[in-house]
Design a protein around this ligand. Structure first.
Ligand SMILES: NC(=O)c1ccc[n+]([C@@H]2O[C@H](COP(=O)([O-])OP(=O)(O)OC[C@H]3O[C@@H](n4cnc5c(N)ncnc54)[C@H](OP(=O)(O)O)[C@@H]3O)[C@@H](O)[C@H]2O)c1
Length: 360
């Protein structure tokens, strides 16, 4: 048997997601070598304190335990004093970057500079962080196409639910007529718990404790996380129907902070339940983006597919001209499946090759 192909990997952010990626390397190291002929060696890690490099690789378990015990990357051996992750990536011998730092909708940083620096050098980038794609979807794809670097981001929408993969790989030649999704588990959990009588703040605190809420939970409850995902879905899946690339300015966004127990009880009395829906509806008005894009708390029939997505579930229904109406859902209560989605993207880039992995 050949030795596995080494993928020198940089982990940007060592929070809930990338610590779970390290956990997966601990669990699946042998299976990855046996089934895919791949060995991920973590040659660079970064958190808010700094960046550290190790040409021969950091031990996944020791690095995870170090962070879980409150350690800071600036105190690791190999720490690069005062350097930003993008600056380190400009020269590092590296094959893959897993970007899982917090969403920043103003600057996209540090993720946007990280993605640019890596892609320009032909280094593959897998994103869990939506910010760089929301702010620079076309630019990043252009850089990747020019350098031949892989760029994948299935973890950015609904964690491990492969919405993007289905849209790009499996809806060949289709035009999406309507897409309706519950894209944010934190708000779905809060609404489900509130309908059962629990307080808003208590339910949000549980989502934060489990590592599901955004670093800044305002992004969840104000609807921006769902809107970010809708922008990524639109640009990656609705291409044939889009008049132009979509931005956050194209999405009408309302969060759940105005939803009260009384609203939920009133909906229940009508046989409905309130969900934070992200919707893309095809429009014949070609002065806009080609779709009406909305995120808003919306009553849906309690016995419908979306009405039956409870608590930690997220789901999407996609109606197209060729493939009927598809329904997909996931139950995800911790960040491990999202980290697995990043692994899936990376393995697909290496085993299928090319950039993007499927037609955009
Ligand atoms: N959690 C989920 O279930 C989930 C699902 C899908 C997508 N995502 C996305 O994945 C990303 C990470 O989520 P998470 O839950 O892992 O967040 P998190 O637990 O808050 O971790 C964020 C990590 O980024 C680090 N960081 C902050 N600023 C940085 C900087 N300037 N340079 C380098 N690192 C920096 C933090 O450092 P410190 O450790 O020093 O604080 C921390 O290690 C987010 O963009 C989120 O939207 C998360």
């Amino acid at each position: 048997m050949h030795p596995p192909h080494t993928i020198r990997t940089a982990l940007i952010g060592l929070g809930n997601v990338n610590r779970n990626f390290l956990r997966i390397l601990e669990m699946k190291h042998a299976a990855l070598a046996r089934r895919y002929g791949l060995a991920f060696v973590v040659v660079c890690v970064a958190d808010s304190s700094g960046v550290a490099v190790a040409a021969n690789g950091f031990d996944p378990a020791a690095t995870r335990h170090f962070k879980e015990a409150g350690g800071r990357v600036c105190d690791l051996p190999g720490s690069v004093a005062g350097a930003a992750p993008a600056a380190v990536l400009a020269t590092l011998a590296c094959d893959l970057v897993l970007e899982a730092s917090p969403v920043n909708l103003t600057t996209g940083e540090p993720g946007l500079s990280v993605a640019r620096a890596a892609l320009q050098r032909g280094i593959a980038v897998v994103l869990a962080n939506k910010g760089p794609l929301v702010l620079a979807y076309c630019e990043l794809h252009e850089i990747a196409a020019a350098s031949g670097a892989g760029l994948a981001f299935s973890a950015t929408v609904c964690g491990a639910l492969p919405v993007i993969n289905i849209g790009r790989r499996d809806l060949i030649a289709a035009e999406v007529l309507s897409l309706r999704g519950i894209f944010n588990a934190t708000t779905n959990f809060i609404l489900t718990e509130m309908a059962a009588g629990r307080g808003y703040a208590d339910a949000l605190a549980e989502a934060q404790r489990r590592g599901i809420a955004e670093t800044d939970p305002t992004l969840d409850v104000a609807g921006w996380d769902a809107a970010n995902k809708l922008v990524i879905v639109a640009n990656s899946m609705l291409g044939s129907g889009l008049a132009r690339a979509v931005t956050l300015a194209d999405v009408a966004v309302t969060g759940i902070t105005g939803v009260t127990a009384a609203h939920l009880a009133h909906a229940a009395a009508q046989g409905a339940t309130i969900k934070l829906l992200a919707t893309a509806e095809r429009t014949t008005d070609h002065t806009g983006a080609g779709y009406v894009l909305t995120v808003a708390p919306t009553p849906v029939a309690a016995d419908s597919f979306l009405g039956q997505c409870h608590g930690w579930e997220m789901g999407v229904e996609i109606e197209s001209d060729l493939y009927g109406r598809m329904y997909h859902k996931i139950w995800e209560r911790e960040p491990l499946p999202t980290a697995a989605a990043m692994l899936r993207d990376a393995v697909n880039l290496w085993t299928r090759g090319g950039s993007p992995a499927w037609p955009g």
